[in-house]
Design a protein around this ligand. Structure first.
Ligand SMILES: [Zn+2]
Length: 522
Protein backbone atom coordinates (compact mmCIF):
# COMPACT_ATOMS: atom_id res chain seq x y z
CA UNK A 1 0.00 0.00 0.00
CA UNK A 2 1.24 3.55 -0.65
CA UNK A 3 2.65 5.29 2.41
CA UNK A 4 0.28 7.74 4.09
CA UNK A 5 -2.83 5.56 3.88
CA UNK A 6 -5.01 4.96 6.88
CA UNK A 7 -4.08 1.85 8.83
CA UNK A 8 -6.48 1.16 11.68
CA UNK A 9 -5.77 -2.10 13.47
CA UNK A 10 -7.76 -3.54 16.36
CA UNK A 11 -7.20 -6.45 18.69
CA UNK A 12 -10.19 -8.20 20.19
CA UNK A 13 -11.20 -6.55 23.44
CA UNK A 14 -10.37 -8.87 26.28
CA UNK A 15 -12.90 -10.32 28.65
CA UNK A 16 -12.16 -9.08 32.17
CA UNK A 17 -13.38 -12.27 33.74
CA UNK A 18 -9.85 -13.34 34.43
CA UNK A 19 -6.21 -12.30 34.25
CA UNK A 20 -4.13 -12.28 31.04
CA UNK A 21 -2.12 -15.26 29.86
CA UNK A 22 0.49 -15.35 27.11
CA UNK A 23 -2.16 -15.98 24.45
CA UNK A 24 -3.55 -12.48 25.06
CA UNK A 25 -0.06 -10.98 25.00
CA UNK A 26 0.60 -12.78 21.72
CA UNK A 27 -2.35 -11.08 19.99
CA UNK A 28 -1.32 -7.72 21.42
CA UNK A 29 2.27 -8.06 20.25
CA UNK A 30 1.28 -9.11 16.73
CA UNK A 31 -1.05 -6.12 16.40
CA UNK A 32 1.58 -3.84 17.87
CA UNK A 33 4.31 -4.99 15.48
CA UNK A 34 1.99 -4.39 12.52
CA UNK A 35 1.00 -0.98 13.89
CA UNK A 36 4.58 0.09 14.59
CA UNK A 37 5.68 -1.02 11.13
CA UNK A 38 2.90 0.91 9.42
CA UNK A 39 3.44 3.94 11.63
CA UNK A 40 7.10 3.88 10.73
CA UNK A 41 6.38 3.74 7.00
CA UNK A 42 4.32 6.88 7.32
CA UNK A 43 0.81 5.42 7.33
CA UNK A 44 -1.93 7.14 9.29
CA UNK A 45 -1.88 4.44 11.94
CA UNK A 46 -4.22 3.77 14.86
CA UNK A 47 -3.92 0.81 17.23
CA UNK A 48 -6.98 0.04 19.33
CA UNK A 49 -7.31 -2.41 22.18
CA UNK A 50 -9.47 -2.61 25.27
CA UNK A 51 -11.69 -4.66 27.51
CA UNK A 52 -15.05 -6.36 27.28
CA UNK A 53 -16.79 -5.92 30.62
CA UNK A 54 -20.45 -6.84 30.33
CA UNK A 55 -22.33 -10.11 30.40
CA UNK A 56 -23.55 -12.80 32.71
CA UNK A 57 -20.16 -14.38 33.26
CA UNK A 58 -18.67 -11.13 34.64
CA UNK A 59 -21.75 -10.60 36.79
CA UNK A 60 -21.41 -14.07 38.29
CA UNK A 61 -17.68 -13.74 38.88
CA UNK A 62 -18.14 -10.34 40.54
CA UNK A 63 -20.96 -11.62 42.71
CA UNK A 64 -18.88 -14.57 43.83
CA UNK A 65 -16.19 -12.09 44.93
CA UNK A 66 -18.74 -9.90 46.77
CA UNK A 67 -18.19 -6.85 44.57
CA UNK A 68 -20.26 -5.10 41.91
CA UNK A 69 -19.47 -5.99 38.30
CA UNK A 70 -18.19 -2.44 37.75
CA UNK A 71 -15.82 -2.77 40.72
CA UNK A 72 -14.67 -6.11 39.43
CA UNK A 73 -14.01 -4.73 35.95
CA UNK A 74 -12.21 -1.64 37.33
CA UNK A 75 -9.96 -3.84 39.43
CA UNK A 76 -9.03 -6.18 36.58
CA UNK A 77 -8.46 -3.34 34.12
CA UNK A 78 -6.21 -1.44 36.55
CA UNK A 79 -4.35 -4.37 38.03
CA UNK A 80 -4.07 -6.76 35.11
CA UNK A 81 -5.08 -5.61 31.65
CA UNK A 82 -3.47 -2.18 31.40
CA UNK A 83 -0.26 -3.47 33.04
CA UNK A 84 -0.15 -6.26 30.42
CA UNK A 85 0.30 -3.61 27.74
CA UNK A 86 3.33 -2.25 29.58
CA UNK A 87 4.76 -5.70 30.19
CA UNK A 88 5.03 -6.39 26.46
CA UNK A 89 5.55 -2.78 25.33
CA UNK A 90 2.34 -2.10 23.39
CA UNK A 91 2.06 1.28 21.62
CA UNK A 92 -1.74 1.45 21.52
CA UNK A 93 -3.35 4.76 20.59
CA UNK A 94 -6.56 4.09 22.49
CA UNK A 95 -7.96 1.75 25.10
CA UNK A 96 -11.70 1.27 25.05
CA UNK A 97 -13.79 -0.27 27.80
CA UNK A 98 -17.32 -1.40 27.02
CA UNK A 99 -18.41 0.39 30.21
CA UNK A 100 -17.15 3.71 28.77
CA UNK A 101 -19.93 6.23 28.27
CA UNK A 102 -18.81 6.81 24.66
CA UNK A 103 -19.20 3.11 23.95
CA UNK A 104 -22.57 2.62 25.60
CA UNK A 105 -24.01 5.65 23.79
CA UNK A 106 -22.65 4.36 20.46
CA UNK A 107 -24.14 0.89 21.01
CA UNK A 108 -27.57 2.42 21.69
CA UNK A 109 -27.33 4.62 18.61
CA UNK A 110 -26.37 1.69 16.39
CA UNK A 111 -29.07 -0.56 17.81
CA UNK A 112 -31.75 2.10 17.45
CA UNK A 113 -30.82 2.57 13.80
CA UNK A 114 -31.10 -1.15 13.10
CA UNK A 115 -34.44 -1.24 14.93
CA UNK A 116 -35.78 1.77 13.03
CA UNK A 117 -34.67 0.23 9.74
CA UNK A 118 -36.49 -3.03 10.45
CA UNK A 119 -33.52 -5.32 11.10
CA UNK A 120 -34.58 -6.10 14.66
CA UNK A 121 -37.77 -7.85 15.82
CA UNK A 122 -39.09 -9.39 19.02
CA UNK A 123 -39.46 -13.15 19.38
CA UNK A 124 -39.35 -16.19 21.59
CA UNK A 125 -36.17 -18.13 21.83
CA UNK A 126 -35.16 -21.38 23.42
CA UNK A 127 -31.70 -22.87 23.27
CA UNK A 128 -28.69 -24.33 25.01
CA UNK A 129 -26.59 -21.51 26.36
CA UNK A 130 -22.96 -21.73 27.48
CA UNK A 131 -22.20 -18.96 29.96
CA UNK A 132 -18.47 -19.55 29.41
CA UNK A 133 -18.84 -18.73 25.72
CA UNK A 134 -21.73 -16.27 26.25
CA UNK A 135 -23.31 -17.95 23.26
CA UNK A 136 -26.23 -20.18 22.34
CA UNK A 137 -24.88 -23.52 21.20
CA UNK A 138 -25.94 -25.58 18.22
CA UNK A 139 -26.40 -29.29 18.91
CA UNK A 140 -23.18 -29.89 16.93
CA UNK A 141 -21.22 -27.67 19.35
CA UNK A 142 -21.97 -30.00 22.29
CA UNK A 143 -20.16 -33.16 23.35
CA UNK A 144 -20.68 -35.91 25.94
CA UNK A 145 -19.52 -34.77 29.37
CA UNK A 146 -16.94 -36.65 31.39
CA UNK A 147 -16.17 -36.94 35.13
CA UNK A 148 -18.74 -35.03 37.21
CA UNK A 149 -20.72 -34.21 34.05
CA UNK A 150 -20.95 -37.73 32.69
CA UNK A 151 -24.25 -38.35 30.93
CA UNK A 152 -24.76 -34.63 30.26
CA UNK A 153 -24.20 -32.63 27.09
CA UNK A 154 -21.39 -30.12 27.67
CA UNK A 155 -19.81 -27.24 25.75
CA UNK A 156 -16.96 -28.60 23.63
CA UNK A 157 -14.78 -25.61 24.56
CA UNK A 158 -15.50 -25.37 28.29
CA UNK A 159 -16.34 -29.00 29.08
CA UNK A 160 -19.14 -27.69 31.30
CA UNK A 161 -22.90 -28.27 31.05
CA UNK A 162 -24.94 -25.78 29.06
CA UNK A 163 -28.11 -24.14 30.38
CA UNK A 164 -31.47 -24.44 28.68
CA UNK A 165 -32.66 -20.85 28.29
CA UNK A 166 -36.05 -19.69 27.13
CA UNK A 167 -36.36 -15.98 26.61
CA UNK A 168 -38.47 -13.38 24.97
CA UNK A 169 -35.72 -11.54 23.14
CA UNK A 170 -34.96 -9.14 20.38
CA UNK A 171 -33.53 -10.71 17.25
CA UNK A 172 -31.26 -9.38 14.55
CA UNK A 173 -32.23 -10.51 11.05
CA UNK A 174 -28.89 -12.13 10.37
CA UNK A 175 -30.39 -14.68 8.01
CA UNK A 176 -31.07 -11.79 5.59
CA UNK A 177 -27.32 -11.44 5.11
CA UNK A 178 -26.42 -15.00 4.25
CA UNK A 179 -26.02 -14.43 0.51
CA UNK A 180 -24.36 -11.04 0.91
CA UNK A 181 -21.79 -12.60 3.23
CA UNK A 182 -21.10 -15.44 0.79
CA UNK A 183 -20.68 -12.84 -1.97
CA UNK A 184 -18.28 -10.92 0.24
CA UNK A 185 -16.08 -13.99 0.87
CA UNK A 186 -16.16 -14.71 -2.87
CA UNK A 187 -15.45 -11.20 -4.14
CA UNK A 188 -12.94 -10.29 -1.45
CA UNK A 189 -11.03 -13.54 -0.90
CA UNK A 190 -8.63 -11.91 1.58
CA UNK A 191 -11.47 -10.63 3.79
CA UNK A 192 -10.98 -13.63 6.07
CA UNK A 193 -7.43 -14.89 6.50
CA UNK A 194 -5.69 -17.26 6.59
CA UNK A 195 -7.15 -19.73 4.10
CA UNK A 196 -7.96 -22.37 6.75
CA UNK A 197 -10.09 -19.95 8.75
CA UNK A 198 -11.71 -18.60 5.60
CA UNK A 199 -12.76 -22.09 4.51
CA UNK A 200 -14.28 -22.78 7.93
CA UNK A 201 -16.26 -19.53 7.83
CA UNK A 202 -17.55 -20.09 4.29
CA UNK A 203 -18.56 -23.63 5.24
CA UNK A 204 -20.39 -22.36 8.32
CA UNK A 205 -22.38 -19.70 6.44
CA UNK A 206 -23.24 -22.12 3.63
CA UNK A 207 -25.05 -24.30 6.16
CA UNK A 208 -27.47 -21.42 6.64
CA UNK A 209 -27.66 -18.57 9.12
CA UNK A 210 -30.28 -18.19 11.83
CA UNK A 211 -31.40 -14.86 13.19
CA UNK A 212 -29.39 -13.81 16.22
CA UNK A 213 -30.83 -13.23 19.65
CA UNK A 214 -29.33 -9.88 20.67
CA UNK A 215 -30.93 -9.07 24.00
CA UNK A 216 -31.24 -10.66 27.44
CA UNK A 217 -33.85 -10.13 30.11
CA UNK A 218 -32.59 -12.47 32.82
CA UNK A 219 -29.86 -10.16 34.15
CA UNK A 220 -29.07 -6.46 33.83
CA UNK A 221 -25.27 -6.12 33.53
CA UNK A 222 -25.07 -4.64 30.06
CA UNK A 223 -26.12 -1.81 27.79
CA UNK A 224 -29.86 -1.18 27.98
CA UNK A 225 -31.87 -1.67 24.82
CA UNK A 226 -32.90 1.94 24.11
CA UNK A 227 -36.59 1.32 23.35
CA UNK A 228 -37.10 -1.40 25.98
CA UNK A 229 -35.06 -0.97 29.13
CA UNK A 230 -36.12 -4.36 30.49
CA UNK A 231 -33.53 -5.79 28.13
CA UNK A 232 -29.76 -5.55 27.98
CA UNK A 233 -27.82 -5.98 24.75
CA UNK A 234 -26.24 -9.39 24.11
CA UNK A 235 -22.61 -9.12 25.19
CA UNK A 236 -21.10 -10.02 21.80
CA UNK A 237 -23.29 -7.56 19.92
CA UNK A 238 -22.21 -4.94 22.46
CA UNK A 239 -18.52 -5.90 22.34
CA UNK A 240 -18.16 -6.00 18.56
CA UNK A 241 -19.32 -2.42 18.33
CA UNK A 242 -16.23 -1.20 20.21
CA UNK A 243 -14.36 -1.13 16.91
CA UNK A 244 -16.56 1.71 15.70
CA UNK A 245 -17.58 3.43 18.93
CA UNK A 246 -13.88 3.94 19.76
CA UNK A 247 -13.34 5.99 16.61
CA UNK A 248 -16.35 8.21 16.98
CA UNK A 249 -19.25 6.31 15.41
CA UNK A 250 -22.29 8.56 15.46
CA UNK A 251 -20.54 11.48 17.18
CA UNK A 252 -17.36 12.31 15.26
CA UNK A 253 -17.84 11.60 11.56
CA UNK A 254 -14.48 13.05 10.60
CA UNK A 255 -12.55 10.72 12.87
CA UNK A 256 -14.76 7.79 11.92
CA UNK A 257 -14.27 8.19 8.18
CA UNK A 258 -10.57 8.84 8.62
CA UNK A 259 -10.06 5.48 10.42
CA UNK A 260 -12.71 3.02 9.33
CA UNK A 261 -12.53 0.27 8.02
CA UNK A 262 -10.15 -1.62 10.30
CA UNK A 263 -7.84 -4.56 9.99
CA UNK A 264 -8.89 -6.95 12.74
CA UNK A 265 -6.73 -9.55 14.45
CA UNK A 266 -8.60 -12.23 16.35
CA UNK A 267 -7.94 -15.69 17.74
CA UNK A 268 -9.33 -18.24 15.30
CA UNK A 269 -11.84 -19.41 17.94
CA UNK A 270 -13.65 -16.06 17.73
CA UNK A 271 -13.32 -15.65 13.96
CA UNK A 272 -17.01 -16.53 13.50
CA UNK A 273 -18.13 -13.53 15.53
CA UNK A 274 -15.83 -11.23 13.57
CA UNK A 275 -16.26 -12.63 10.09
CA UNK A 276 -19.98 -13.48 10.15
CA UNK A 277 -21.96 -11.53 12.78
CA UNK A 278 -19.87 -8.37 12.65
CA UNK A 279 -19.95 -7.78 8.87
CA UNK A 280 -23.68 -8.59 8.85
CA UNK A 281 -24.22 -5.93 11.53
CA UNK A 282 -22.22 -3.42 9.52
CA UNK A 283 -24.07 -4.22 6.32
CA UNK A 284 -27.37 -3.68 8.13
CA UNK A 285 -26.15 -0.29 9.30
CA UNK A 286 -24.94 0.63 5.80
CA UNK A 287 -21.29 0.76 6.87
CA UNK A 288 -18.24 -0.77 5.15
CA UNK A 289 -17.04 -4.14 6.43
CA UNK A 290 -13.51 -4.49 7.88
CA UNK A 291 -10.57 -4.52 5.45
CA UNK A 292 -9.59 -7.92 6.73
CA UNK A 293 -10.22 -10.28 9.62
CA UNK A 294 -7.14 -12.32 10.40
CA UNK A 295 -7.63 -15.35 12.66
CA UNK A 296 -4.35 -16.31 14.27
CA UNK A 297 -3.59 -19.72 15.77
CA UNK A 298 -3.45 -20.90 19.35
CA UNK A 299 -0.44 -21.03 21.57
CA UNK A 300 0.14 -24.51 22.84
CA UNK A 301 2.09 -25.57 25.88
CA UNK A 302 2.87 -29.26 25.84
CA UNK A 303 0.43 -29.62 22.95
CA UNK A 304 -2.51 -28.09 24.88
CA UNK A 305 -4.28 -24.82 24.17
CA UNK A 306 -3.20 -22.08 26.54
CA UNK A 307 -5.92 -21.12 28.95
CA UNK A 308 -6.26 -20.57 32.63
CA UNK A 309 -8.98 -23.15 32.94
CA UNK A 310 -6.76 -25.85 31.45
CA UNK A 311 -4.06 -25.01 34.01
CA UNK A 312 -1.49 -24.30 31.32
CA UNK A 313 -1.82 -20.54 31.62
CA UNK A 314 1.52 -18.75 31.83
CA UNK A 315 1.52 -15.09 32.83
CA UNK A 316 3.43 -12.96 30.28
CA UNK A 317 5.42 -11.45 33.10
CA UNK A 318 6.92 -14.82 34.03
CA UNK A 319 8.63 -14.72 30.65
CA UNK A 320 9.50 -11.03 30.52
CA UNK A 321 10.97 -11.19 34.05
CA UNK A 322 13.56 -13.64 32.72
CA UNK A 323 14.10 -12.54 29.11
CA UNK A 324 12.70 -9.02 28.85
CA UNK A 325 9.89 -7.63 26.70
CA UNK A 326 11.97 -7.49 23.50
CA UNK A 327 12.79 -11.19 23.65
CA UNK A 328 9.15 -12.03 24.37
CA UNK A 329 8.09 -10.07 21.32
CA UNK A 330 10.82 -11.43 19.11
CA UNK A 331 10.31 -15.03 20.13
CA UNK A 332 6.57 -15.23 19.56
CA UNK A 333 6.75 -13.32 16.27
CA UNK A 334 9.66 -15.38 14.97
CA UNK A 335 9.08 -18.91 16.22
CA UNK A 336 5.41 -19.20 15.29
CA UNK A 337 4.03 -18.98 11.78
CA UNK A 338 1.40 -16.28 12.13
CA UNK A 339 -1.94 -17.91 11.43
CA UNK A 340 -0.98 -21.38 12.65
CA UNK A 341 -0.89 -22.93 16.10
CA UNK A 342 2.49 -22.80 17.77
CA UNK A 343 4.14 -24.46 20.71
CA UNK A 344 5.80 -22.49 23.48
CA UNK A 345 8.66 -23.96 25.49
CA UNK A 346 11.20 -22.47 27.88
CA UNK A 347 13.98 -24.40 26.15
CA UNK A 348 13.05 -22.96 22.77
CA UNK A 349 12.88 -19.34 23.90
CA UNK A 350 16.17 -19.72 25.80
CA UNK A 351 17.85 -21.22 22.73
CA UNK A 352 16.63 -18.49 20.38
CA UNK A 353 17.48 -15.78 22.86
CA UNK A 354 21.06 -16.99 23.02
CA UNK A 355 21.62 -17.87 19.37
CA UNK A 356 19.63 -15.19 17.57
CA UNK A 357 19.33 -12.19 19.84
CA UNK A 358 22.47 -12.35 22.00
CA UNK A 359 24.95 -13.99 19.60
CA UNK A 360 23.40 -13.07 16.27
CA UNK A 361 22.24 -9.47 16.58
CA UNK A 362 23.56 -8.27 19.97
CA UNK A 363 27.09 -9.45 19.35
CA UNK A 364 27.16 -7.95 15.88
CA UNK A 365 26.16 -4.58 17.30
CA UNK A 366 28.77 -4.70 20.08
CA UNK A 367 31.57 -5.72 17.72
CA UNK A 368 30.90 -3.05 15.11
CA UNK A 369 30.58 -0.26 17.66
CA UNK A 370 33.64 -1.50 19.59
CA UNK A 371 35.85 -1.69 16.49
CA UNK A 372 34.93 1.81 15.33
CA UNK A 373 35.65 3.04 18.85
CA UNK A 374 38.97 1.24 18.97
CA UNK A 375 40.33 1.78 15.48
CA UNK A 376 38.86 5.21 14.68
CA UNK A 377 38.36 6.74 18.14
CA UNK A 378 34.64 6.42 17.55
CA UNK A 379 34.58 8.69 14.49
CA UNK A 380 32.50 7.03 11.79
CA UNK A 381 34.89 6.15 8.95
CA UNK A 382 34.26 7.13 5.34
CA UNK A 383 34.18 4.27 2.82
CA UNK A 384 36.65 4.19 -0.05
CA UNK A 385 36.20 2.13 -3.18
CA UNK A 386 33.65 -0.66 -2.76
CA UNK A 387 34.36 -4.30 -3.52
CA UNK A 388 31.80 -6.90 -4.56
CA UNK A 389 31.53 -8.03 -0.93
CA UNK A 390 30.65 -4.50 0.20
CA UNK A 391 28.14 -4.07 -2.60
CA UNK A 392 26.55 -7.41 -1.71
CA UNK A 393 25.81 -6.07 1.77
CA UNK A 394 24.18 -2.96 0.31
CA UNK A 395 22.14 -5.16 -2.00
CA UNK A 396 21.04 -7.37 0.91
CA UNK A 397 19.89 -4.33 2.87
CA UNK A 398 17.62 -3.24 0.04
CA UNK A 399 16.37 -6.73 -0.75
CA UNK A 400 15.40 -7.69 2.81
CA UNK A 401 13.74 -4.32 3.39
CA UNK A 402 11.46 -4.87 0.41
CA UNK A 403 10.83 -8.50 1.38
CA UNK A 404 9.98 -7.62 4.99
CA UNK A 405 7.63 -4.82 3.91
CA UNK A 406 5.82 -7.17 1.53
CA UNK A 407 5.59 -9.87 4.21
CA UNK A 408 4.06 -7.44 6.72
CA UNK A 409 1.52 -6.43 4.10
CA UNK A 410 0.24 -10.03 4.02
CA UNK A 411 0.45 -10.53 7.82
CA UNK A 412 3.42 -12.92 7.45
CA UNK A 413 5.15 -11.46 10.49
CA UNK A 414 7.48 -14.44 10.97
CA UNK A 415 8.56 -14.23 7.33
CA UNK A 416 9.37 -10.56 7.74
CA UNK A 417 11.69 -11.43 10.62
CA UNK A 418 13.24 -14.29 8.69
CA UNK A 419 14.03 -11.88 5.84
CA UNK A 420 15.54 -9.32 8.19
CA UNK A 421 17.66 -12.06 9.74
CA UNK A 422 19.28 -12.70 6.38
CA UNK A 423 20.93 -9.33 6.91
CA UNK A 424 22.08 -10.28 10.43
CA UNK A 425 23.68 -13.43 9.04
CA UNK A 426 25.14 -11.63 6.02
CA UNK A 427 26.77 -8.99 8.22
CA UNK A 428 28.21 -11.55 10.61
CA UNK A 429 29.59 -13.50 7.64
CA UNK A 430 31.00 -10.32 6.10
CA UNK A 431 32.91 -9.40 9.25
CA UNK A 432 34.30 -12.92 9.60
CA UNK A 433 35.54 -12.84 6.00
CA UNK A 434 36.85 -9.29 5.92
CA UNK A 435 38.71 -9.68 9.25
CA UNK A 436 38.84 -5.99 10.18
CA UNK A 437 41.03 -6.89 13.20
CA UNK A 438 43.65 -8.19 10.77
CA UNK A 439 43.37 -5.14 8.51
CA UNK A 440 43.93 -2.96 11.58
CA UNK A 441 47.43 -4.38 12.01
CA UNK A 442 48.66 -2.86 8.73
CA UNK A 443 48.91 0.88 8.14
CA UNK A 444 48.60 0.43 4.37
CA UNK A 445 45.16 -1.23 4.89
CA UNK A 446 43.74 1.81 6.63
CA UNK A 447 41.40 2.74 3.79
CA UNK A 448 40.15 -0.82 3.43
CA UNK A 449 39.51 -0.99 7.18
CA UNK A 450 37.48 2.23 6.93
CA UNK A 451 35.43 0.79 4.08
CA UNK A 452 34.71 -2.48 5.90
CA UNK A 453 33.65 -0.82 9.14
CA UNK A 454 31.65 1.80 7.30
CA UNK A 455 29.84 -0.93 5.37
CA UNK A 456 29.21 -2.94 8.54
CA UNK A 457 27.88 0.14 10.34
CA UNK A 458 25.59 1.01 7.43
CA UNK A 459 24.15 -2.50 7.55
CA UNK A 460 23.80 -2.38 11.32
CA UNK A 461 21.85 0.88 11.15
CA UNK A 462 19.52 -0.54 8.52
CA UNK A 463 18.92 -3.51 10.82
CA UNK A 464 18.17 -1.19 13.71
CA UNK A 465 15.48 0.58 11.71
CA UNK A 466 13.99 -2.69 10.43
CA UNK A 467 13.94 -4.30 13.87
CA UNK A 468 12.55 -1.35 15.79
CA UNK A 469 8.89 -2.43 15.41
CA UNK A 470 9.80 -5.86 16.83
CA UNK A 471 12.32 -5.10 19.57
CA UNK A 472 11.79 -1.42 20.41
CA UNK A 473 13.95 -1.27 23.54
CA UNK A 474 17.19 -2.82 22.27
CA UNK A 475 16.99 -0.96 18.97
CA UNK A 476 16.41 2.31 20.78
CA UNK A 477 19.55 1.73 22.87
CA UNK A 478 21.58 0.89 19.78
CA UNK A 479 20.23 3.87 17.87
CA UNK A 480 21.34 6.19 20.68
CA UNK A 481 24.83 4.88 20.01
CA UNK A 482 24.94 5.10 16.20
CA UNK A 483 22.01 6.99 14.73
CA UNK A 484 20.92 10.54 14.11
CA UNK A 485 17.40 11.80 14.75
CA UNK A 486 14.63 9.66 16.24
CA UNK A 487 14.59 5.97 15.47
CA UNK A 488 10.82 5.71 15.18
CA UNK A 489 10.73 8.45 12.55
CA UNK A 490 13.07 6.55 10.21
CA UNK A 491 10.97 5.27 7.28
CA UNK A 492 11.07 1.50 7.70
CA UNK A 493 10.35 0.79 4.04
CA UNK A 494 13.48 2.82 3.14
CA UNK A 495 15.53 1.61 6.09
CA UNK A 496 18.88 1.82 4.29
CA UNK A 497 18.54 5.60 3.98
CA UNK A 498 19.25 6.19 7.69
CA UNK A 499 21.93 8.71 8.75
CA UNK A 500 24.61 7.85 11.24
CA UNK A 501 25.83 10.19 13.92
CA UNK A 502 29.33 11.63 13.16
CA UNK A 503 30.74 9.44 15.91
CA UNK A 504 29.51 6.28 17.65
CA UNK A 505 29.04 6.12 21.41
CA UNK A 506 30.29 2.89 22.99
CA UNK A 507 27.52 0.58 24.24
CA UNK A 508 27.53 0.43 28.03
CA UNK A 509 26.51 -3.23 28.09
CA UNK A 510 25.42 -5.99 25.72
CA UNK A 511 21.98 -5.46 24.20
CA UNK A 512 20.97 -8.95 25.34
CA UNK A 513 22.72 -9.86 28.58
CA UNK A 514 23.51 -13.42 29.50
CA UNK A 515 20.64 -15.25 31.20
CA UNK A 516 21.76 -17.36 34.12
CA UNK A 517 18.47 -19.06 34.86
CA UNK A 518 16.53 -19.65 31.60
CA UNK A 519 13.45 -20.95 33.44
CA UNK A 520 11.82 -19.41 36.50
CA UNK A 521 12.12 -21.45 39.67
CA UNK A 522 8.96 -23.54 40.10
ZN1 LIG B 1 -18.48 -22.76 26.21
Amino acid sequence: MPAGDSFFIATPIFYVNDVPHIGHAYTEVAADVLARWHRQRGDDTWLLTGTDEHGQKILRTATSHDVTPQQWADKLVTESWKPLLETVDISNDDFIRTTDERHEAGVQKFLQKLYDDGFIYQGEFEGSYCVGCEEYKQPGDLVEGTGPFEGEQVCAIHSKPVELLKENNYFFRMSDFEQRLLDLYEQQPDFVQPETVRNEIVQFVRQGLRDLSISRQSFDWGVKVPWDEEHVVYVWFDALLNYVTAIGYGVDDEQFHRRWPAVQLVGKDIARFHAVIWPAMLMAAGLPVPKAVFGHGWLLVGGEKMSKSKLTGIAPQQITDVFGADAFRYYFMRAITFGQDGNFSWEDIAARYQAELANGFGNLASRVVAMITRYFDGVVPVAGELTDADLAIRETELRVTAAADAAIERFAINEALASIWELVDALNGYITEQEPWALAKHDDQRERLATVLSTALRGLGTLTVLLSPFIPTATHTLWESIGQGTLTSQPVDRAAEWSSAPAVVPLAAGLFPRIEQPEPAA
